[in-house]
Design a protein around this ligand. Structure first.
Ligand code: SAM
Length: 317
C-alpha cells in the first residue's frame, strides 16, 4: 500500500483505521515512514513486528543502576502494556512522532487534549515503562510510611504515576498538568485529592513552598515539552528531606535536552541545593517512534530515572 498523506488528525485516523479526536490540531508534518504491514493477530505487542534478540520478549527492562541504593526492577510489562494488546504500533508511532515534532505549548496542549482518550492504550502499545520505573525507584528509597506522604505529580497526565505509586502504598496525590483533557481522565481515576491546570515553565507552580514529601515528573521532561528549569520550582515546593523523582528519554533527538538537564542538576548539587540519590539508565524505556531513534539491534529507545533529595534546612532553589 502506498503511503497516503493525511491533511488533518481526523484524516490520520481514517487512513490508519482509528478515530483520533483532535479538534483544531493541524499536523505540521505527517508521518513519513511507510506503515509496516501487520500480520493477522499481530499487535506490535510481542506481535509479528518485534525483532528477535535484545529486547525480544515483552517487558524486558535493561536497567543499570549508576549511583545510589538498591533499586529492584520487576521484569514484567504490567497491566499498562498488557491492556494495549489491541493497539497497533505503527499508528501509535505516527501519533507520538508528531508529538515529538511540536514545540509550541499551545499546540502541545491541544495535542494532549485530543490524545487523552487514547493515551493509555497507546503508551501500552509503546511499552512505556516510565511510571512503573519512577514509582519503583521512589518507593525503594522512601523513608517513613508511604500512606502518610503527600506526593505532587507534575505533568500528571491521565494519572499513571499515581496509579503505580498507589500500588506501592502511597495514598495522597496532588496533580498538575497543562491539558484539561488529560486532567479529566486523571480525575476519573479518583486517586488525586487536588488537580490543577497549569502550564509548566511559565511562572510558579500552584503549590506552597516546602510542602510535598515527594515530587515526581514523569514523561514530560523532554525537548518540546517541559523546560528543564522547572526543576527549580519542583525544589521549591518539596519539603526539606523530601524526594524529587524525574525521568527523561535518552534517545538521539533528546540528548541535547538531557545534557542540559544534567548540567542544571549538577550545578544545583554543587551548590548543595539538592542531593543525588540514584540515577538509573534504562535500555528498553519504550518502543522507538522512528528507525533512527532505535538502539542498534533493538526497536526500543533508552531513558533515565533520576532521584534527588532536598537537603535539610534549604528552601528556595
Ligand atoms: C507523556 S505525558 C506523561 C503523563 C504522565 N506523567 C505519564 O507518565 O503517563 C506528558 C504530559 O505532560 C503534559 N505537558 C507537556 N508539556 C507541558 C507543559 N509545558 N505544561 C504543562 N503540562 C505539560 C502533557 O499535557 C501530558 O499530560
Amino acid at each position: 500500500m502506498g503511503l497516503q498523506l493525511p491533511e488533518s488528525p481526523g484524516e490520520v485516523g481514517r487512513i490508519l483505521g482509528t478515530v483520533v479526536p483532535q479538534p483544531g490540531l493541524r499536523l505540521r508534518v505527517p508521518c513519513t515512514r511507510p506503515l509496516p504491514q501487520l500480520k493477522p493477530g499481530a499487535s506490535g505487542w510481542g506481535g509479528g513486528e518485534r525483532r528477535q534478540g535484545r529486547g525480544a520478549f515483552p517487558g524486558r527492562i535493561g536497567a543499570k543502576e549508576v549511583a545510589g541504593k538498591g533499586i529492584h526492577l520487576v521484569p514484567h510489562p504490567g497491566p499498562l502494556a498488557m491492556a494495549s494488546a489491541s493497539g497497533h504500533l505503527a499508528e501509535v508511532q505516527c501519533r507520538v512522532a508528531e508529538l515529538h515534532r511540536g514545540t509550541d505549548p499551545e499546540q502541545q496542549r491541544r495535542f494532549y487534549d485530543g490524545w487523552a482518550p487514547q493515551y493509555e492504550q497507546d503508551v501500552g502499545v509503546l511499552q512505556y515503562q516510565a511510571p512503573k520505573l519512577a514509582a519503583a525507584c521512589l518507593a525503594s528509597v522512601f523513608r517513613g510510611p508511604p500512606e502518610d506522604a503527600v506526593v505532587l505529580d507534575v505533568a500528571c497526565g491521565t494519572g499513571l504515576v499515581a496509579q503505580e505509586l498507589h500500588a506501592k502504598g502511597f495514598r495522597h496525590f496532588h496533580g498538575v498538568d497543562g491539558s484539561p483533557g488529560m486532567l479529566e481522565l486523571a480525575r476519573q481515576k479518583g486517586l488525586y485529592q487536588e488537580l490543577k491546570q497549569c502550564l509548566l515553565g511559565r511562572g510558579s507552580l500552584p503549590a506552597p513552598e516546602d510542602y510535598y514529601d515527594a515530587v515526581v515528573i514523569v514523561g514530560a521532561l523532554s525537548e518540546g515539552q517541559v523546560p528543564a528549569e522547572v526543576f527549580l520550582e519542583l525544589l521549591r515546593v518539596t519539603k526539606p528531606r523530601g524526594y524529587l523523582c524525574l525521568t527523561t528519554r535518552s534517545n538521539k533527538s533528546n540528548l541535547r535536552y538531557k545534557a542540559h538537564l544534567e548540567r542544571l542538576l549538577d550545578d544545583l548539587e554543587r551548590r548543595r541545593l539538592c542531593e543525588k540519590v540514584a540515577v538509573q539508565e534504562v535500555a528498553d524505556w519504550e518502543k522507538a517512534t522512528s528507525e533512527e531513534e532505535s538502539l542498534e539491534g533493538s526497536d526500543s529507545i533508552p531513558g533515565t530515572v533520576y532521584l534527588y533529595r532536598k537537603p535539610a534546612g534549604t528552601s528556595k532553589g
